[in-house]
Design a protein around this ligand. Structure first.
Ligand code: CA
Length: 220
């Protein structure tokens, strides 16, 4: 799950990005509204956290630009504008949620999870593959009814595959879900996570389609 954060308060942005990464998201950040619009098109993030007061372009204009381009990305507005008309304006412009500063990180994370649930796999939070149950909302995995402990990135990788059941994702697409820009990624990182997931859950959980990528497969 990849989040784009458009926020011009750099220390706040850094705090939010750190919290989101701890929660298992890949986070990209820009302080610029116009860059943000371009980035949504270029890198297709899964969620957008959008400040309204931006130096180059108001957040509302960012939102309107995205919606006029038919971008359906879920958008959470995160702003100091806490008056009712601003909230109504933001939601009417196409925001999916609106959170005012100051906010608690736990509330931001809960609201993002709610947006994920609405946006992913037909609104269902659970993906079942054979005897493996992946709960996208609670970040839990059961194998034969027993909980499986996964690292943040193992879960992010599994989630990326579970969100598009039956689809093949390339190694690059999986890396995109796991890592933010500028993070150095060893070339075999995805393989290492997949190796661990197979070992922890089931050897045939993830199928390698040679030369194309990976998909979730049936498990024994
Ligand atoms: Ca601002």
């Amino acid at each position: 799950m990849r989040i784009l954060l458009i926020e011009d308060d750099l220390s706040l942005a850094q705090g939010i990005a750190t919290a989101l990464r701890h929660a298992g998201y890949a986070v990209d950040h820009t302080p610029s509204g116009s860059k943000g619009v371009a980035l949504v098109a270029a890198s297709e993030p899964d969620l957008l956290v959008l400040d309204l007061g931006l130096p180059d372009m108001d957040g509302l204009a960012v939102l309107k630009a995205l919606r006029s381009q038919q971008r359906k990305i879920p958008v959470l507005i995160l702003t100091a504008r806490d008056d009712l008309p601003s909230k109504v304006q933001g939601l009417d412009a196409g925001a999916d949620d609106y959170l005012t500063k100051p906010f608690a990180v736990d509330e931001l994370l809960a609201r993002l999870r709610a947006l994920e649930r609405r946006g992913s796999v037909g609104g269902s939070a659970e993906v079942v593959i054979g005897d493996v149950t992946i709960n996208l909302a609670t970040h839990s995995v059961l194998h034969g009814g027993n909980p499986v402990r996964l690292s943040r990135r193992e879960f992010s990788l599994l989630r990326a595959l579970a969100e598009r059941p039956g689809h093949i994702l390339s190694r690059e697409q999986l890396e995109d879900k796991l890592y933010s820009w500028g993070e150095s990624v060893a070339s075999n990182t995805v393989d290492v996570h997949i190796h661990n997931l197979r070992k922890k859950i089931s050897p045939d959980l993830i199928q390698n389609i040679r030369g194309v990528g990976y998909k979730l497969g049936p498990t024994r």
